[in-house]
Design a protein around this ligand. Structure first.
Ligand SMILES: Nc1ncnc2c1ncn2[C@@H]1O[C@H](COP(=O)(O)OP(=O)(O)OP(=O)(O)O)[C@@H](O)[C@H]1O
Length: 232
């Protein structure tokens, strides 16, 4: 369960303050939750608040009772974050080394790490790519590899920020099915309304506010998506 209590985000710069996200109180308990909304509405900001990548300017964000401000490292172990651009997340030369890097805290011995990395790659259908350069992989393979890396440590929750935006149709389908089949709780910011409609809860974010929450409104996620699509 992720709990936001009057959590807001105000961006501060030399020229002043910009309210990016109004104060929100939300209990996020569903297995799969989608954040949808126009460009610049605040989806990524809301997603980043959930694992402490950014801290609320006011209020609190708690994950299973842990406060993102007070318990940052523990929260980040519980909540993995997948970025839109997998290249930003892949830092090692080969696929297997990259996944092994994610495991450096949980597997101290190099041999154990490589073994666990191999298993993680197999799980995502990437076993044959283990020794390939990460730069030689397709966009879809890179996104799958980045997900294999963040999920290898078995987090409780995955927050994904537009994980299919850079992918073609085939890879979008591949990554979508993988995300929707995960045992972890998933919170996904997305422009893919088909993916959103298949989640258990949809939050429509607009101008830093949750304009519609399917759970609070007592409507089906698909109806929340339709409401968003049909808005003027
Ligand atoms: N640190 C910051 N400083 C200034 N402005 C910011 C900061 N973070 C976010 N913003 C602004 O807040 C708004 C919301 O940004 P955010 O990235 O959360 O939107 P989004 O809904 O994810 O957009 P997109 O769909 O385009 O990715 C944007 O106008 C963005 O420029």
């Amino acid at each position: 369960m992720i709990e936001l209590r009057e959590a807001s985000f105000v961006a501060r710069s030399a020229t002043g303050e910009t309210r990016v996200l109004a104060p929100h109180t939300l209990d996020l308990a569903e297995q799969r939750i989608a954040l949808i909304g126009p460009n610049g509405s605040g989806k990524s900001t809301l997603a980043r608040l959930l694992n402490g990548l950014i801290l609320p300017s006011s209020g609190t964000v708690r994950v299973r009772g842990l406060d993102t401000r007070r318990d940052g490292p523990e929260v980040r172990r519980l909540v993995a974050f997948a970025f839109t651009n997998p290249a930003a997340q892949l830092v090692m030369p080969t696929a297997i080394e990259d996944v092994a890097l994610s495991l450096r805290r949980t597997h101290r011995r190099a041999a154990d790490r490589l073994h666990a990395a191999e298993a993680a790659l197999e799980r995502f259908g990437l076993g044959e790519l283990a020794d390939r350069s990460v730069h030689a992989l397709s966009g879809g393979q890179q996104q799958l590899l980045a997900l294999a890396g963040v999920l290898a440590t078995d987090p409780a929750i995955l927050v994904a920020d537009e994980p299919t935006t850079l992918l073609d149709l085939r890879n979008t389908r591949l990554v979508t099915e993988l995300l929707l089949g995960l045992p972890q709780q998933l919170v996904v910011a997305t422009h893919d309304l088909g993916l959103a409609a298949r989640c258990e809860r949809v939050l429509v974010v607009d101008d830093g506010e949750v304009a519609l929450d399917s759970a609070a409104a007592g409507i089906e996620p698909a109806d929340a998506v339709r409401w968003y699509e049909e808005r003027p």
